[in-house]
Design a protein around this ligand. Structure first.
Ligand code: SF4
Length: 440
């Protein structure tokens, strides 16, 4: 238990609002709905702007990870906004419990709260392995399973929206379908309760059918993958609305699902057994959970394949094989080997252009992301990766200019690919014409 720990009690659960940082807006809205079914009153913080990082920097040293500065800034900004009674709010941080600095974010937040005079505000560290115990916060296995289901719906919505948005004939059509489904899944008392296999398959199919009805003008697809440290990869606040920026510039963002990250965290425990020969029942339990979640992810992927309109994501058990021979499975701080695997996965999914988002000074990402660019380029010479640093001092203009440059290279490569294809078609046609003449 860290210094400044304040327990979130059962009494608090009845009357406190739990504030949630803005990392994955759609995914978190669905998680919050699941938790609402169990009596937790939660609110997603949607504030944005430079002032959040500035607020964070008043309480956190500037050599700390950028995601911590942003999240702590957003929490303090909310507490001081006058919108909430500071004596009736709690804060939540999602924790993997891994070896990277993120596992210290909770202590950093408590320190910042105490410096700002809010040391009495409880902070919940939400982690699979229950890093800390709070009598008012009890997440059972069935709740986790409901959360996994909710995350798969969110991954599906994110994936299909990204495949439609840049090509839609009527602007905003895919955002509307997304919004409709988030509203549908989060309204009513029993929504997002554990669905049966049949129910979730039906929901997947209905979602896919709705997206398939959107009129698209798809010409040549310029796919751009987004990988990187978990917060700046997903959070529009952390990456200056990167996915929107790509769409506005005519590119299709391809963002690996959040469930892959969950599977990565679970599989890393299984790996400890394989790599280091650890023996404990815990590893068997994690192996079972891994297989359950993987099976559920595959069911969602199968639904996309079966309908046939959209590209299906790669199942995690394939993703994890892709970086073999490039990076060791022992590299599991932060996003670790998953980051490298995802770049290979994107390459094989025809998203050869990749933005690798990294918080400035993030060591694991500089090794597993930027550090892997050279070996990846040697293995896949046409891969086009640009590493973009995100921090409180970086300007969006600078980041966007570098991405624009990458996009223009990507367009040139697409054009020469198309030219080469039409040349080879023409050669084939003339060869078959000559063969016909010869036979006459
Ligand atoms: S992965 Fe990078 S940003 Fe995240 S905690 Fe580790 S060092 Fe910080």
């Amino acid at each position: 238990m860290t210094e400044g720990f304040v327990e979130f009690t059962a009494e608090m659960k009845k009357e406190y609002k739990i504030l949630v940082p803005n990392m994955l807006p759609m995914h978190f809205r669905l998680i919050m709905r699941v938790l609402k079914n169990y009596g937790y009153d939660m609110e997603l913080l949607e504030s944005e702007g430079k002032h959040l990082a500035e607020k964070g920097l008043r309480y956190v040293h500037n050599d700390t990870c950028y995601p911590a500065i942003l999240v702590i800034g957003q929490f303090l900004d909310a507490i001081e906004s006058g919108k909430y009674d500071p004596h009736k709010v709690a804060l939540i941080l999602f924790q993997t419990g891994g070896g990277c600095r993120a596992s210290n974010y909770v202590s950093l937040l408590r320190k910042a709260l105490s410096k700002a005079g809010y040391g009495y505000v409880p902070v919940i560290a939400f982690s699979f392995g229950e890093i800390e115990k709070h009598s008012g916060w009890k997440i059972t296995i069935p709740i986790y399973l409901e959360i996994f289901h909710a995350l798969l719906y969110a991954d599906l919505l994110m994936n299909l929206r990204n495949q439609c948005e840049v090509y839609e004939a009527s602007k905003g059509a895919s955002a509307l379908v997304c919004e409709k489904w988030v509203a549908k899944l989060t309204s009513g008392d029993n929504h997002l309760r554990m669905p049966t296999k049949k129910e979730s398959a039906r929901t997947y199919r209905e979602i896919i059918d709705d997206f398939a009805k959107i009129e698209l003008n798809r010409g040549q697809r310029l796919k751009v993958g987004i990988v990187g440290e978990i917060f700046v990869k997903y959070s529009p606040l952390g990456n200056n609305n990167l996915a929107d920026f790509l769409v506005k510039n005519g590119a299709e963002p391809v963002i690996p699902g959040f469930v892959d990250f969950i599977l990565y965290c679970i599989y890393n425990v299984v790996l400890d057994k394989k790599l280091y020969g650890f023996k404990s029942l815990v590893y068997t339990v994690y192996e079972i959970i891994y297989n359950v979640v993987l099976k559920k992810q595959k069911a969602m992927i199968e639904a996309i394949k079966e309908e046939g309109t959209f590209d299906a994501p790669t199942p995690f058990d394939v993703t994890l094989t892709l970086a073999k021979g490039i990076i060791s499975f022992g590299a599991k701080m932060g996003e670790g080997w998953l980051l490298t695997s995802e770049m290979v996965e994107l390459y094989h999914s025809n998203a050869k252009n990749i933005v690798c988002t990294q918080p400035f000074g993030c060591l694991p990402n500089h090794i597993c992301g930027k550090g892997m660019m050279k070996p990846l380029k040697e293995k896949y010479p046409d891969i086009n990766i640009v590493a973009i640093d995100y921090d409180a001092g970086a300007t969006a203009v600078n980041q966007e200019n570098r991405i624009r440059l990458m996009l223009s290279n990507a367009r040139l490569a697409l054009e020469s690919e198309a030219e080469a294809e039409s040349e080879s078609e023409a050669k084939k046609e003339s060869a078959s014409g000559e063969a016909e003449k010869a036979s006459v």
